[in-house]
Design a protein around this ligand. Structure first.
Ligand code: CAA
Length: 295
């Protein structure tokens, strides 16, 4: 039987965390959103406010409704404020040492019956569960970017997850209006296992001169019906994130299809992380993106 959830903690207010917090608040949960410092926290809260304002402008919600959703979110820089959460979802940097350090601390503060979830894209869920005192109450809840829009949440069961925690996670994702698909704790789960090699192959196709950045993207949009071309998508996901996911997949499976293409490695050295840094396969500094002339 699923546990009753009222208070949700979200760790990290970045690309994924702010969206996960907004979705939970939109579904009626009371949310505590934690960031490392006040500046980063305000940036995340600002993104939520912008999205809520956009929905009002478009007539998708009223100002009152937007205010109610915003009112359900409390920002903090202290783990202590998560003490009373029934569910804590982490969406911090995709680094196992950082996640483990965070869970060790959070585990001591949050009430013992609470369920913990990681939004990791590729790291093994069990590695995080194992450092807590509640490996039975640990799951993966993997959202997709933008979390406010994408319908899917992969609900990941690791070897220690108990039936009640898994049912709680499935029920929670469904209560947010998401399509909750159960999956096992295998690197990349379902979507990234298939999507990451696709994006990497698009980079290799570019390296081999099959087409320009724009041609590869336009071809996949018009020829395969994708909403975004693979190189636009790579920029959207974040090239640093893509790089760390493919490293984890390569370490796990030792298959060439998961290896970092040289172009990606060089772009990361240059600090080109995609849309979030202003430059990736495209340059985002103007009114509309243009192909990155430096490539
Ligand atoms: N945050 C919140 N909402 C957003 C948004 C954002 N960043 N970007 C767009 N939206 C909303 C818009 O407000 C709009 O909402 P309404 O329909 O209510 O008006 C809706 O999304 C559609 O937006 P647009 O009309 O501006 O643009 P679009 O039709 O091109 O859609 C898109 C934008 C939804 C992002 C679409 O291009 C798309 O689906 N792209 C593919 C995204 C994708 O594949 N994501 C998965 C990435 S992989 C991942 O996340 C997993 C991982 O672990 C790496």
């Amino acid at each position: 039987m699923a546990q009753q959830i009222e208070n949700v903690g979200v760790l990290g207010a970045g690309l994924m965390g702010h969206g996960i917090a907004q979705v939970a608040a939109g579904a009626g949960y009371s949310v505590v959103l934690r960031e490392v410092d006040e500046g980063t926290l305000q940036k995340g809260l600002g993104k939520i406010e912008k999205q809520l304002a956009r929905a009002v402008e478009k007539g998708k919600s009223t100002q009152e409704e937007a205010d109610v959703v915003r009112g359900r979110i409390t920002g903090t820089i202290h783990y202590q404020d998560l003490a009373d959460c029934d569910l804590v979802i982490e969406a911090i940097t995709e680094s196992l040492p950082l996640k483990l350090e965070m869970w060790r601390e959070v585990d001591q503060i949050v009430k013992p019956q609470a369920v913990f979830a990681t939004n990791t894209s590729s790291l093994a869920v069990i590695d995080q569960a194992a450092v807590t005192s509640r490996p039975g109450q640990f799951v993966g809840l993997h959202y997709f970017n933008p979390a406010q829009v994408m319908k899917l949440v992969e609900v990941v069961r690791c070897v220690t997850t108990d039936d009640e925690a898994f049912a709680t996670a499935l029920e929670f994702a469904r209560s947010e209006g998401k399509l909750a698909i159960p999956t096992k704790d295998k690197a990349g789960f379902i979507v990234n296992r298939l999507l990451v090699p696709y994006m990497l192959d698009a980079i290799r196709a570019y390296e081999e001169g099959v087409g320009s950045v724009g041609e590869i993207d336009e071809a996949m949009k018009a020829g395969a019906g994708h909403p975004m071309g693979p190189l636009t998508l790579a920029d959207f996901v974040g090239l640093d994130t893509l790089g760390s996911i493919c490293d984890v997949l390569f370490d796990e499976f030792r298959e060439r299809r998961f290896a970092r293409p040289p172009t990606l490695r060089k772009m990361l050295s240059a600090g080109w992380f995609g849309r979030k840094s202003g430059k990736g396969f495209y340059d985002y500094s103007g009114d509309s993106p243009v192909e990155n002339a430096g490539l």
